[in-house]
Design a protein. Sequence first.
Length: 94
Amino acid sequence: MKVRIFAAACLALLLSACASQIDATVSAEASAPGFWWGLWHGFIFPWSWIGSLFNPEIAVYAVPNSGGWYDFGFFVGITVLGGGSFFGSKKSSD
């Protein structure tokens, strides 16, 4: 069992090493969305995703953006403001 978990982790690490970000999606312009827009887009992600299913003009992620700070804001927006693991961590009262 431990060998399978280790092999799966190694395979996931190997595949993730192939991932890259296209340089055209990162912008150095001052008007490019940064941390605060990433935070907002992360927070409204569930509604944006539902809207994007019906309207092709709605996107859940801003491209181009400022890069790492936008990604960090998006992550914080999804995990902290959007509930994240909070709902799964509630203890049931017996």
